[in-house]
Design a binder for this molecule. Structure first.
Ligand code: MG
Length: 294
């Protein structure tokens, strides 16, 4: 199923998307329960409750998609350098503070983005040229955790997955290079576009799902989740070895080659650009890029 968090007539709602019919069927949930988007559905499922009833369908062109989890409870977990070609393009860029340990990591590189960096589809990615002049895009498959767990074995890891969405792991490369911890360069306000929908885990074949990005219509990234260095079960098991994963946690699994820093000269994003991230089976996440005005 495709589930959207969306706005309709100034109200946040959740619903089941039927793209073929051009409609979304809103769940009948009290307004007070939808503030955190699909978090309420994840928690209901944990409590053994079924899907909420749905009301009359709405036309998709009458709604505005929001991030499926507009206010994640915790930082977004992210994996760095998790596709071979990208690991090499980044290690050679001069901005990789981890390059000394080799282009391809021996263990997953796990960092995070603050939850307040999350924005929905269509919302502007804002940057301040006085802070950073090297704004880059990164399309990524993001895992949404469905139940708490620690000490999760790789063979059990997919049982902990509720579903998937798209994250654009927007990055200020100069800040990522300046500070050996990546958090500041990855957590600038608006630097975590998410959406347009979340899909339940049965919708995605992790061994073969296309992942692409475009800037102003020009294709930049074109890969497949089958090429991840550390697959989703390995990532989950690595984090959860001693960190309890919680329902609603989001793990961005890494980006393939073709980011701006991979070009010579680099192709950073600029005022007026539009970046589109696509993952087969999920949809298109498109955001404009805007220079912040004082
Ligand atoms: Mg990334």
């Amino acid at each position: 199923m495709k589930i959207a968090t969306f706005r309709h007539e100034f109200e946040r709602k959740l619903g089941v998307v039927d793209e073929a019919a051009g409609q979304v069927s809103p769940f009948e949930l009290p307004a007070g329960q939808v503030y955190r988007g699909i978090q309420v559905l994840i928690e209901r499922a944990l409590d053994g409750e079924g899907w909420p009833a749905t009301g009359d369908p709405l036309a998709l062109d009458a709604i505005e998609y929001e991030a499926p989890l507009p206010h994640p409870r915790r930082n977004i977990f992210c994996v760095g350098k998790n596709y071979f070609e990208h690991a090499h393009e980044f290690a050679g860029s001069g901005f990789d503070s981890s390059a000394a340990s080799g282009a391809v990591p021996e263990h997953p590189i796990v960092f995070s983005k603050v939850p307040e960096s999350v924005i929905g589809p269509g919302v502007a990615i804002e940057y301040d040229p006085a802070v950073s002049s090297a704004i880059d895009y990164e399309v990524e498959l993001a895992v949404i955790i469905g139940k708490p767990g620690r000490g999760i074995r790789p063979e059990d890891a997919l049982d902990y997955v509720w579903g998937y969405t798209i994250v654009n792991d927007v990055t200020a490369r100069d800040l990522q290079g300046r500070y050996s911890q990546w958090l500041i360069g990855k957590s600038q306000d608006t630097f975590c576009p998410m959406g347009p929908v979340a899909v339940t885990r049965d919708e995605i074949d992790l061994a073969d799902t296309g992942v692409r990005s475009f800037v102003n219509g020009e294709k930049r990234q074109d890969s497949n989740t089958g090429l991840l260095i550390f697959d989703v079960p390995t990532i989950i098991a690595t984090i959860a070895e001693g960190v309890t994963l919680l329902p609603g946690d989001v793990i961005a699994t890494g980006t393939p080659a073709g980011v701006g820093i991979g070009f010579d000269p680099p192709k950073y994003m600029a005022d007026g650009d539009t970046v589109r991230c696509e993952i087969d089976g999920i949809g298109l996440l498109e955001n404009p890029v805007t220079r912040r005005r004082a």
